[in-house]
Design a protein around this ligand. Structure first.
Ligand code: GTP
Ligand code: MG
Length: 140
């Protein structure tokens, strides 16, 4: 059975959408394995976003992710990696389909980085890597 690392990003926590996002995850049928409100750190984000280092949105992305607490979540269920990406919707909240977290609850705020409410692991390999970064105690 798969696990995925989900983050409610600082915009989602600030807007009071943590509960709504957890509700959608649970309503879909996935299990919550770990849920923790915490501040990210430069160190955690450098590891988490290593694939984006050097891209134009990298520095604003890290700054945004440090702008307030995030809700770090591990979910579990058959095909939950793909399933949560489907719940989250496309990266750009303006064009994300209605019915998705980003499509229903997100918009463009005219800022340097797309504030798109959530992160979800995009493969089994990144899920294992990201769970190791955020919840090393869960690494099996
Ligand atoms: P995550 O689940 O957060 O990883 O989103 P994603 O997989 O849909 O996007 P990706 O991993 O490609 O990018 C990580 C994050 O960087 C996105 O969620 C956005 O917040 C931001 N981002 C990605 N691409 C762009 C872009 O082209 N412009 C801007 N401004 N921000 C971007
Ligand atoms: Mg990604």
């Amino acid at each position: 059975v798969q696990r995925s690392l989900v983050l409610v990003k600082p915009d989602g926590v600030r807007r009071g959408l943590s509960g709504e996002i957890l509700r959608r995850i649970e309503a879909k049928g996935y299990t919550l394995v770990a849920v923790e409100l915490r501040e990210a750190t430069q160190e955690i984000l450098a590891a988490h976003y290593a694939e984006h280092e050097g891209k134009p949105f990298y520095a604003p992305l890290v700054e945004f992710m440090l702008s307030g607490p995030v809700l770090a979540v591990v979910i579990e269920g058959q095909r939950c990696i793909e399933g949560f990406r489907s719940l989250a919707g496309a990266t750009d909240p303006t064009t994300a389909a209605p019915g998705t977290v980003r499509g229903d609850l997100g918009r463009d705020w005219g800022l340097a980085v797309q504030q798109n409410l959530v992160h979800g692991s995009d493969s089994e390999e990144s899920a294992a890597r990201e769970i190791g970064i955020w919840f090393p105690e869960l690494t099996r």
